[in-house]
Design a protein around this ligand. Structure first.
Ligand code: GLU
Length: 322
C-alpha cells in the first residue's frame, strides 16, 4: 500500500483534546445509564475520557482515558473483521448491509427478513457473525480478545465478570433473536454456544487508550506487529468503515454522520470508536446515553473534536481558529 498518511500536528490535536475535555466538564449531561448491565448504574453519567492515536503513532489522551469500560457493541466491528477475514464475501449471504431503522435488539425485522439480519451491527447480525466465528478451525471463546490483544499489542485487559454473568444469565431478547435466526437455518451452532461467544465479546473491558490503539487498522494503518497492510485488507477495511458510517450508531447513524462525519461504532457501555481514514483512530467514553443508546457526551465530544481539527470523510474545512 502506498503511504497515504496525512501528517497531523500532535500539538494541534493536544490543544483540541484539552479544549474538548474542558468543555465536557461544564456540560450538564442528561444522558441515561443503561440499566440491564451490572455495575453501570453507580457510574455518574458525565464521566468522560478520550484518546486519539494518529497515523504517525502519537497517542494523545484526555480525561479518564485509562478507565476501563465494557466495549459492548463496539466488539461487533472486530468480530465482523474476523468473520470477513475467515469467510470473505460469504458473510453477506447471511447478513445484510443496510441500516435497520429499528432499535439494536429489535426482533421484528428478523422475522420479516426470514432470519437474515439487516446488518452485522444490530444484535441479530452480531449473533450470526458470532455463529460464523465458531465455524473457524479452532473455535476459541477468546477469539475477539485475541484479535484485540494482537491489534493493541498487549493483552493487559479483562472480560468484566459482572457484565458477562448478567448478560449470560439473562439476555432473553438476544436468546430469542438467536432462536429465531436458527429457526430460519441462519445459525449453525447451538444457541448457547453462540450466546456465550457474543456475550463474552461484549463484556471485554478496554480503556479509551486501548480501544483507540485497537482501532488503528481501521484508519488503514498497520497495527500491532504488522508493518504494512495488504491491498486486500485495505479494501476490507474501507468497507467496514462504510458500514460503521451507515449502521454504527443504532438508529442514530444519520444524525451522527451529519454531526460528526466519521465512521464510528458505539456501545451501550458508553464508548465510541471513530475513524479518520489515514489520519487517526479516536476512542471516547462517557456512560450517559442518548435515546438511541449512543454516548451523549461522547457524541458531542466527537462533534467538537472533528470540527476543531477539520476531520470529516465528507471533506475537510479550515480548522477552527486557523
Ligand atoms: N451486550 C449488549 C446487548 O446485547 C450490547 C448492546 C450494545 O452495545 O449495543 O444488549
Amino acid at each position: 500500500m502506498p503511504n497515504r498518511n496525512k501528517n497531523v500536528d500532535p500539538d494541534q490535536v493536544r490543544a483540541a483534546v484539552d479544549a474538548v475535555v474542558a468543555e465536557m466538564e461544564v456540560i450538564e449531561s442528561f444522558g441515561k445509564l443503561i440499566d440491564h448491565i451490572e455495575g453501570m448504574s453507580e457510574l455518574e453519567v458525565n464521566r468522560f475520557g478520550v484518546c486519539v492515536v494518529t497515523a504517525d503513532g502519537d497517542v494523545i489522551e484526555g480525561g479518564e482515558a485509562s478507565h476501563p469500560f465494557p466495549i459492548q457493541s463496539i466488539s461487533k466491528v472486530f468480530a465482523l473483521t474476523m468473520a470477513l477475514e475467515a469467510h470473505g464475501d460469504d458473510v453477506w449471504k447471511r447478513v445484510g448491509r443496510e441500516p435497520s431503522g429499528d432499535p439494536f435488539n429489535s426482533i421484528i425485522d428478523l422475522e420479516r427478513k426470514k432470519g437474515i439480519p439487516r446488518n452485522p451491527f444490530i444484535n441479530a447480525g452480531a449473533l450470526v457473525i458470532a455463529d460464523m466465528l465458531l465455524d473457524r478451525e479452532k473455535p476459541q471463546h477468546e477469539d475477539v480478545a485475541a484479535f484485540l490483544a494482537d491489534h493493541i499489542g498487549a493483552n493487559d485487559f479483562d472480560v468484566d465478570p459482572d457484565v458477562f454473568d448478567k448478560e449470560a444469565k439473562g439476555g432473553y431478547t438476544n436468546r430469542a433473536l438467536a432462536n429465531l435466526a436458527k429457526s430460519f437455518d441462519n445459525l449453525h451452532h447451538e444457541v448457547d454456544d453462540v450466546m456465550k461467544l457474543y456475550v463474552r465479546q461484549c463484556a471485554i473491558a478496554l480503556t479509551c487508550r486501548q480501544l483507540a490503539l485497537a482501532g488503528r487498522y481501521l484508519m488503514l494503518s498497520p497495527s500491532g506487529r504488522k508493518k504494512k497492510i495488504s491491498l486486500q485488507e485495505a479494501h476490507r477495511v474501507r468497507r467496514i468503515n462504510a458500514l460503521m458510517l451507515t449502521c454504527g450508531q443504532y438508529d442514530g447513524a444519520g444524525d451522527f454522520a451529519y454531526r460528526v462525519g466519521l465512521p464510528a461504532k458505539s456501545g451501550v457501555g458508553g464508548g465510541i470508536l471513530a475513524v479518520v481514514p489515514h489520519v487517526a483512530s479516536i476512542a471516547v467514553w462517557s456512560p450517559g446515553l442518548d435515546d438511541n443508546g449512543n454516548s451523549l457526551l461522547g457524541t458531542i465530544a466527537l462533534e467538537r473534536l472533528s470540527e476543531r481539527l477539520g476531520w470529516s470523510v465528507f471533506g475537510s474545512v479550515p480548522q477552527v481558529g486557523a
